[in-house]
Every structure is written in structure tokens, then in C-alpha cells.
Unconditional design. Structure first.
Length: 339
């Protein structure tokens, strides 16, 4: 309430108080040019302007606190996410829920940044991953890095990589259904802590485990699903692409669909924030990333040039088509066995 309004209200209440006190007879209450009449009305009113000024410093600290609350909340959530992932990793390291624990060298938990744009999920560790404790470090991992880089993504800046199972199946066989079921709670807890924007499933096993579908990867790839509230797209596993070059084109189309989804989701500038290791403790790698520049770069390129596909190891002699709309789902040779 403004000072003038306070003064006017004070005068009116003074008249009512005088009336109730018998100082005025019927019709005696009046307003003069100088102000309200009566014993109280003729008294000097309080200095409402001074009261208003005195109240301002008291309000300012709360206003400043409110302005900083967002940053403080984000920092707190980042610390909580780090602690949550650490607790999940510790539980996974102790896990003996399935037979894979007896033959593993390492529990391959995951790698990348917290609060990623994309959570990439593969099937399970191979021999090199089991030895190193990190996912996708072999030839398939190097191809994956090139594929992601072609659309502005990397595990160092805006991607986190995990697997359906965290222990290597012997002889690189498919993880059995009970092994997947034993390990999926860890992945779900990771996903909740990481809060990715989009999920990219690599290969048949990952796509089926996450979507619940029994269809093969040839039919699942390139389609959008919603899993636990997150948009998910599947593509061929990099190891399959290494074995069969005819998969390069559809895999590239899937990556372009992922790029288009990110550009669509983050066209609004207000969602972009520049993070740093100091202001963003949720960054597990200790490095910040510029979310705005990453997605702006994606959104600014309506089509990706063939040379980008070549750098990803996905180039073909024919020009890369700019859209996956209407693509046949049976381009991959029937009977392709993919991990």
C-alpha cells in the first residue's frame, strides 16, 4: 500500500474512532480541505513515507535471496546427483545378483557428463571394456565417438554412455533375460540421477530391453518411443556397422533424426545455460559445457554435409538424404545378427 493510501485510511479510521468515542454528533463527521476532522483527525498523521522507506531495506535482502535461489538450487541438485551416482556405482560394484558377477573383471558403470543432452545405452561390455572398466573403448567405441561428433555430441561435453548390463557376458554373448532384469534397476537409477533429455539405444538388445518390443532392430530403428517420460530413438550398434557397411546410411539417418529432435526441443533460447566446473558440480568429468552453443550449432544446420558423414565413418558414394521420413524399414539385410 502506498503512503498516500495509508494516510487516507488512517484518517478514515480516526473519524470512526472519534464517532464511536462520542466526540461527534450525528452528521458531525466531515472532511475539510485540510484533512479529516475530529480529535484524532486533527492530530498529525504518522510519517507514512518514512515508514515505507524504512521497509525497503528489509525487503531487499529477501528479493536478493530469491534471485539467487535458482543458482543455489541448481548447485544443490548437482551435488545430490553426484552423490546419487556415487551411491549407485558403489552398489553396482558390490552386485552379485546374476551369474555375470562370477566372471567379470570390472563393473562397467558408465562414462560421460552429468545432466547430459543424450544418454547413450548399449548392450553390455566387451573384452576391452571389461579390462578398462569403461564402456565403448574398442573399435566400436571409436566409431561411436565419430558418429556422435558428426552431430555435435561427445562423451566429454554433453553425452553419458551406459549399458543394459554392467558386466561382460562370456564370449560376448547376448545377456540373458534374467541378467538384464537383474541389472536394469541400476540403469533406471542412473537415468533418474542424470536427467538426460533424449535416449539413444544402440542395437537390438538395448532397444528391446528399453521399449519392451520383440521386433528386430531393423524395424525398431529410426522410430521415436517414449520410455519413462523420455524420448528414445534406436539405431544400429556400431559393431554391426563395422561388420556391415550397408548399415551406414540408415545409421546416419537415425543420427540426423536425433539431431533434429534436439534442435526442435531446444529452439527456445531461455533453456540454454553455460556451465563451468565451478558453477556446475554435477559435471562428473570436471569440465563444463556450453549447452546453448552445442544445440544452436545443431539447429543452425538444416542438413548435414556428406563430409560430416565421412568424418563419422558413415559416408557413401550417394548423397546423404536429408530426412528419414518414409524410409523403408527393411533396408538392412534380413537375418543380420547384431549385438
Amino acid at each position: 500500500m502506498k503512503a498516500d493510501d495509508r494516510r487516507d485510511l488512517w484518517g478514515r479510521l480516526a473519524v470512526i474512532e472519534d464517532w464511536l468515542g462520542g466526540l461527534f454528533g450525528p452528521g458531525a463527521a466531515s472532511v475539510s480541505a485540510e484533512g479529516w476532522g475530529g480529535a484524532h483527525g486533527n492530530a498529525s498523521p504518522p510519517d507514512f513515507e518514512a515508514t515505507e522507506r524504512a521497509a525497503l531495506p528489509a525487503r531487499n535482502p529477501s528479493m536478493l535471496a530469491g534471485a539467487s535461489e535458482g543458482a543455489e538450487t541448481r548447485a544443490k541438485k548437482g551435488v545430490e546427483a553426484t552423490q546419487a551416482l556415487g551411491a549407485i556405482a558403489l552398489d553396482a560394484a558390490r552386485c552379485e545378483r546374476c551369474r555375470l558377477a562370477s566372471s567379470r573383471k570390472s563393473v562397467v558403470f558408465g562414462t560421460g557428463v552429468e545432466n547430459p543432452l543424450v544418454l547413450v545405452i548399449g548392450e553390455g561390455p566387451g573384452a576391452e571394456e571389461d579390462a578398462s572398466g569403461l564402456p565403448f573403448v574398442g573399435p566400436a567405441g571409436r566409431l561411436l565417438d565419430r558418429m556422435l561428433a558428426a552431430v555435435g555430441l561427445s562423451r566429454e561435453e554433453n553425452v553419458y554412455i551406459a549399458n543394459i548390463v554392467k558386466c561382460r557376458p562370456p564370449m560376448n554373448r547376448d545377456p540373458a533375460p534374467d541378467e538384464q532384469a537383474a541389472c536394469l534397476p541400476f540403469l533406471r537409477a542412473q537415468t533418474a540421477a542424470l536427467r538426460p533429455k533424449v535416449v539413444l539405444a544402440l542395437g537390438r538388445v538395448a532397444a528391446q530391453a528399453l521399449t519392451g518390443s520383440k521386433e528386430g532392430i531393423t524395424r525398431l530403428r529410426g522410430r521415436w518411443f517414449v520410455v519413462d517420460g523420455l524420448p528414445l530413438i534406436a539405431t544400429f550398434h556400431p559393431s554391426a556397422v563395422l561388420r556391415d557397411e550397408t548399415l551406414k546410411r540408415p545409421a546416419w539417418e537415425d543420427l540426423k533424426a536425433l539431431k533434429a529432435k534436439l534442435a526442435e526441443m531446444y529452439a527456445e533460447p531461455r533453456i540454454f545455460e553455460r556451465s563451468s566446473a565451478a558453477s556446475c558440480p554435477e559435471n562428473l568429468s570436471g569440465r563444463g559445457f556450453d549447452l546453448r552453443s552445442q544445440v544452436t550449432a545443431l539447429a543452425g544446420r538444416d542438413t548435414l554435409e556428406v563430409r560430416d558423414a565421412a568424418s563419422a565413418g558413415l559416408d557413401e558414394s550417394d548423397p546423404v538424404r536429408s530426412s528419414v521420413a518414409g524410409e523403408a524399414e527393411d533396408e538392412t539385410p534380413a537375418g543380420l545378427v547384431e549385438r
